[in-house]
Design a protein around this ligand. Structure first.
Ligand code: C2E
Ligand code: CA
Ligand code: CA
Length: 659
C-alpha cells in the first residue's frame, strides 16, 4: 500500500491560512463602531492569508526540480516577506485609526509617523535584497537558502514594533486598559519572535506569531467595540455618569453577585421647587447641577452609584448603612458658585423616592419602576423630602392607579350621573332648588363621591368630572324644560382646581348655551377653602360668572380659615352654612349660627342651611330667619326620575317630614 506522507509545516500553514480566510469573512460581516477599522482588519487578514498560504507552498515546492519549482519558491518566499512588511504597516495604520478616532491628536503622532517611514524603508530594503540575495537565495537544487543579511528584516521589524509599543505605553490612557495591555503584550511577543527568528532562522516562529497576534487583535478589537457601545448606551455623554440603562445594569450586576439587597435605590429631583432654576441663568444652573453631581460622586464609595437621568433628575444606589447620611445630604447640598466675580453659596434641596432592594428582587428594571413610583408618591402624597416605597404604600398606590383607570373608563362610559338633593323653602314648604351630587354607578353598585372625589381631586381629573356633571345637569334641565316642567335652579359643585383654567367660566357659559339653558337655572358652588389659589383668581371667576348672569354660592361656609375675609373680598350670591354649624352643641354655637345668618342678611347674601336632619332644627332655623333648607329632613339626594316627581309636585308637607 502506498503511504502518503504529509509534512507537518505546510499542513499547519494551510490550516492557519484557512482559519484566516474564515476570520476575514467574519470580519466582513460584522459592523464596526469605528468604521475605518473594518477595511483595515480585512486587509490585514488577507495579507495573513497570503502570507500563510505562500509559506505553505514554499515548503511544498522547496527543492522541486525544474523551472516551476524555482519560480514557485522564489515567488512564494518573496510574497511572504512582503506580507510581513505589509502586516506591520497595517498595524501602524491600526494604531493611527484607533488613537486618532478618539480625537486626542490633531495630527499624526511622531512615533506613528516614524512607523510609516521605517516600514517603507524596510520594504525598500526588501526590494534591494531581492536582487542582491541578502535575504534569501535559491540554490541549484531549487532549495531555499537564507541570505547573509536575512536578520536585517527582523531588525527592521523589531525596531518598528518597539517604536509602536513605546507609543502605546505612552498614550495607553486613551484606550481601554485591556486593549492597551493586549497591544503591549502583542508587540513584545512579536519582538521576541523576531529575536528567535534571528537566532534560529526558523520562519515558522515569525509566521505563527503574526497569525496569533492578528487573530487576537480581531478579538480584542471586537471586545473594545463592545465596550464602547456599552459605554455609549449606558452612560450620559455629558457627565460620563451612568444613565437609566447604566443604573439598571449596575443593579443587575449586584443582583447577580448577591449584594444588591444591601443597597437602597433613589430617584432624585434636585431643586424640586424650581426656585433655584428660576433664580439663576441657564449656564449658572447647569454649573450648579454639575457641582451637585460632583458633590455626590465625591461622597459615594466605590460600590455605590450616582447616575443621571437628565436635567435635574438623578439616580443613586447607596449602601443601606449609609442611607441616613445620604438623606441628610439630599435635604441640603451647599454649593459655591461665582456670580459677578463673587463667591455665592447656594443650597440645593431635593425630593426623592427610595426603595430598599429586597433579597428576592430579580431584575434592576423593577427597582427603577419602584423608585419612579416612590418619587411620585413622595411629591404628590407623602409630601416629604424622601419617601420609601414599602409594600403597603405600593399596594395603596396600585389601588389608586386602578381606581383612576376605572374612573377614566367610567367617564368614557358615562357611568357617573347626577343625583339631585332638593332645597326647600320653609316659608312656603315648596321646592326652591337642588344641588347636583355625583354618583358612580359601577357594576350595579352606587358609589358615593367621598370614595373617589378625594382621589381625583389630586389630579386635574376633578375638573373633567365637574364639567361632565354640568353637562349632564344641563341635559336633564333641557329635558324638563322641553317637557313643560318648571325646574328650579340647580347648583353644581366646582372644585377650586378649576381656577387654574383661564377659560373656566367661559366653558360653563358655553355648556349652558349648548343646551340653551337660562343662566338663572344653574348656580355654581365653590368651596370656601381656596388656599392653593390667590383670592384674586376666585374673585375674577365670580365676577365673570356674574357677567354671564350665573349666581355663585359659597359652600361649606365656616370650615375654612378665612371665611370672613372671603366675604369681604368677593360678592357671592348664596352662603351655604356647613352642617357642623347646624349641629350646634351648646348655646354659644347656636348663637354663632344665628349671627352668621344675621350677618349674611345684613350684606344681602341669601343663606341656605345644609345637612339639616331633624324637624327641630328646621324650626330653630326658621326662628333665625333662615328659610331655605337642604337636608335629609326633606330629602336625600334623589335619582333623576325621583327628583322629577318633586319638580312636578313642588310641595312639601310637614307630614312628609315626620314619615
Ligand atoms: P357637599 O357639596 O358639601 O354636598 C353635601 C353633602 O352632604 C352631600 O354628600 C349630601 O348627600 C350630604 N348631605 C345632604 N344633606 C345631609 C344631611 O342631612 N345629613 C348628612 N349627614 N349629609 C347630608 P355627598 O353627595 O356624599 O357629597 C359629598 C361631597 O362630594 C360634596 O359635599 C361635594 O364636596 C362633593 N361632590 C359631590 N358631587 C360633586 C361634583 O360633581 N363635583 C365636585 N367637585 N364635588 C362633588
Ligand atoms: Ca356642595
Ligand atoms: Ca357643603
Amino acid at each position: 500500500m502506498k503511504t502518503i506522507t504529509i509534512e507537518l509545516y505546510p499542513l499547519v500553514f494551510f490550516i492557519l491560512g484557512i482559519v484566516s480566510v474564515f476570520l476575514t469573512g467574519f470580519t466582513a460581516l460584522i459592523k464596526f463602531h469605528i468604521g475605518k477599522l473594518k477595511p483595515l482588519l480585512i486587509r490585514m487578514e488577507l495579507y495573513t492569508v497570503i502570507m500563510l498560504m505562500t509559506m505553505g507552498l514554499t515548503y511544498v515546492f522547496d527543492g522541486m526540480a525544474g523551472k516551476t519549482g524555482y519560480a514557485v519558491v522564489l515567488i512564494t518566499n518573496t510574497c511572504c516577506l512582503f506580507m510581513n512588511c505589509l502586516i506591520v504597516f497595517c498595524f501602524n495604520e491600526y494604531l493611527t485609526i484607533l488613537f486618532m478616532s478618539k480625537g486626542h491628536f490633531k495630527e499624526l503622532p511622531k512615533p506613528l509617523k516614524a512607523g510609516y517611514i521605517l516600514t517603507s524603508l524596510w520594504i525598500m530594503y526588501l526590494c534591494i535584497s531581492m536582487f542582491t540575495g541578502q535575504s534569501f537565495t535559491i540554490d541549484e537544487n531549487n532549495l531555499y537558502q537564507i541570505g547573509d543579511l536575512y536578520f536585517l528584516s527582523d531588525v527592521f521589524a523589531a525596531i518598528i514594533i518597539s517604536v509602536q509599543m513605546c507609543f502605546i505605553i505612552a498614550y495607553r490612557q486613551h484606550i481601554s486598559k485591556k486593549l492597551g495591555e493586549f497591544l503591549v503584550a502583542a508587540c513584545m511577543f512579536l519582538m521576541l519572535s523576531s529575536v528567535i527568528h534571528i537566532i534560529t532562522a526558523d520562519d515558522f516562529i515569525t509566521q505563527a506569531a503574526l497569525f496569533s497576534v492578528l487573530a487576537s487583535l480581531f478579538g480584542f478589537t471586537l471586545m473594545e467595540q463592545n465596550e464602547e457601545l456599552h459605554k455609549a448606551a449606558y452612560t450620559d455623554p455629558r457627565s460620563g455618569l451612568p444613565n437609566a440603562y447604566g443604573f439598571i445594569y449596575e443593579i443587575d450586576c449586584k443582583i447577580r453577585k448577591g449584594t444588591a439587597k444591601n443597597f437602597d435605590a433613589f430617584y432624585i429631583e434636585a431643586d424640586s421647587t424650581g426656585i433655584i432654576k428660576n433664580s439663576y441663568g441657564k449656564e449658572q444652573y447647569d454649573e450648579l447641577l454639575q457641582k451637585y453631581c460632583e458633590f455626590f460622586c465625591a461622597w459615594k464609595n466605590k460600590n455605590e452609584i450616582f447616575g443621571i437621568l437628565g436635567g435635574n433628575f438623578f439616580l443613586a444606589l447607596v449602601e443601606r448603612s449609609r442611607t441616613e447620611e445620604f438623606i441628610k445630604h439630599l435635604v441640603d447640598v451647599p454649593l459655591e458658585i461665582s456670580i459677578n466675580d463673587e463667591n455665592v453659596t447656594v443650597h440645593i434641596g431635593a425630593v426623592a423616592g427610595g426603595y430598599e432592594i429586597q433579597e428576592n428582587t430579580k431584575i434592576g428594571g423593577v427597582v427603577m419602576i419602584k423608585i419612579t413610583t416612590a418619587i411620585t408618591y413622595a411629591k404628590s402624597v407623602a409630601k416629604k423630602t424622601v419617601a420609601f416605597l414599602d409594600d403597603e404604600t405600593e399596594r395603596k398606590i396600585n389601588e389608586e392607579k386602578a381606581m383612576m383607570d376605572a374612573i377614566h373608563e367610567g367617564l368614557k362610559n358615562e357611568e357617573f350621573e347626577p343625583f339631585y338633593q332638593p332645597k326647600v323653602n320653609t316659608e312656603s314648604y315648596t321646592l326652591c332648588g337642588s344641588e347636583a351630587l355625583v354618583r358612580w354607578r359601577r357594576d350595579g353598585e352606587l358609589i358615593p363621591p367621598m370614595k373617589f372625589i378625594p382621589l381625583i381631586e389630586k389630579s386635574g381629573l376633578i375638573c373633567v368630572l365637574d364639567f361632565y356633571m354640568l353637562d349632564r345637569v344641563c341635559k336633564d334641565m333641557r329635558e324638563w324644560l322641553d317637557k313643560g316642567l318648571t325646574p328650579p335652579c340647580v347648583s353644581v359643585n366646582f372644585s377650586r382646581k378649576n381656577l387654574s383654567n383661564p377659560e373656566f367660566t367661559k366653558e360653563i357659559y358655553d355648556t349652558l348655551k349648548k343646551y340653551d339653558i337660562p343662566p338663572t337655572h344653574i348656580q355654581v358652588e365653590v368651596t370656601e377653602t381656596i388656599d392653593e389659589y390667590p383670592l384674586s383668581a376666585l374673585r375674577a371667576a365670580v365676577d365673570s360668572l356674574h357677567g354671564y348672569g350665573i349666581s355663585v354660592a359659597i359652600d361649606d361656609f365656616g370650615t375654612g380659615s378665612s371665611s370672613i375675609s372671603l366675604l369681604k373680598e368677593i360678592t357671592f350670591d348664596v352662603l351655604k352654612i356647613d352642617k357642623t354649624f347646624i349641629d350646634f352643641k351648646d348655646e354659644k354655637e347656636k348663637k354663632l349660627l344665628s349671627y352668621i345668618i344675621e350677618m349674611s342678611k345684613a350684606i344681602n347674601l341669601s343663606v341656605i342651611a345644609e345637612g339639616v336632619e331633624d324637624i327641630d332644627h328646621v324650626h330653630i332655623l326658621q326662628g333665625m330667619d333662615c328659610a331655605d333648607i337642604q337636608g335629609f329632613v326633606f330629602d336625600k339626594p334623589l335619582e333623576k326620575s325621583e327628583y322629577e316627581k318633586r319638580i312636578e309636585k313642588r310641595e312639601y308637607s310637614l307630614q312628609m317630614i315626620s314619615t
